[in-house]
Ligand binder design. Structure first.
Ligand SMILES: [Zn+2]
Length: 250
């Protein structure tokens, strides 16, 4: 099983990284995709990666307010590191709006060009901005795209699938009123990725606590039971998808 989105360099895990990884391996995971969300966490993700897991480097839309050209140059340099297998997390967040719209879009475009240049997949966060995200992505038709923790409408989901994007399913699928729970039946398993987004979004029995990659099997179980498919099939197919997408590291 592969957790395709975890923030192992988050301060929440500081000093416990090895323990967290060991717990995940014990739970049946063999890969974590460690995702940076700003320059520091992107650098730290590379520094703590004693496991040669695939790394994504990027700046989350929340952190784009004060972004400078030297920051973007540093990001470009980080993308050359050997274990970097994806660009992200990037995207747009017009729900919490912690950074101005123009800055978010400027940063998103930079990430997309970088991913295109490096021929790497891009990991996209979108909240309250699915229309804008899909419209901007249209200008990058050859990119391999992951819409992580996707909560768009049924029509947006279908559009993303038609374009060949991968859809990350996170712990919110275990929440009673999540949109993805409703839309799961329209998502073919061969376009699906499993992710925890840890330390955020803990699955149902751990809500209010710190999430971690070892909880990924709970998400796989929920998906299997909603789709009425064997859990082994969900695990095998989503792991194959992840390997296929992040294979530059193999
Ligand atoms: Zn994230």
């Amino acid at each position: 099983m592969v957790d395709t989105h975890c923030h192992l360099a988050h301060p929440e895990f500081k000093g416990r990284e090895k323990e967290i990884v060991q717990k995940a391996l014990d739970a049946g995971l063999y890969w974590l995709i460690i995702v940076g969300y700003d320059l520091k966490s992107s650098q730290d993700s590379l520094a703590i990666n004693h496991y040669r897991f695939p790394i994504a480097v990027g700046i989350h839309p929340h952190d784009t307010a004060n972004i400078t050209n030297p920051d973007l140059e540093l990001l470009k340099a980080l993308a050359n590191a050997e274990d970097v297998c994806a660009i992200g997390e990037t995207g747009l967040d017009f729900y919490r709006f912690l950074s101005p719209r123009d800055k978010q879009i400027e940063s998103f475009l930079f990430h997309l060009s970088l991913a295109q240049k490096k021929n790497l997949p891009v990991i996209v966060h979108s909240r309250g901005a699915e229309r804008e995200v899909l419209s901007i992505l249209q200008d990058f038709p050859n990119l391999k795209v992951v819409l992580h923790c996707f909560e768009g409408s049924k029509a947006e989901l279908i559009e993303a699938i038609d374009r060949g994007y991968y859809i990350g399913v996170a712990g919110n699928v275990t929440y009673p009123r999540s949109i993805i729970r409703e839309n799961l039946k329209y998502l073919p398993v061969d376009r699906m990725l499993l992710e925890t987004d840890s330390p955020y979004l803990p699955p149902q029995p751990f809500r209010g606590k710190t999430n971690e990659p070892a909880y990924l099997p709970l998400i796989a179980e929920k998906v299997a039971s909603f789709l009425n498919l064997p859990i082994e099939y969900i695990i095998e197919t989503t792991s194959y998808n992840a390997e296929n997408l992040f294979k530059r590291c193999l």
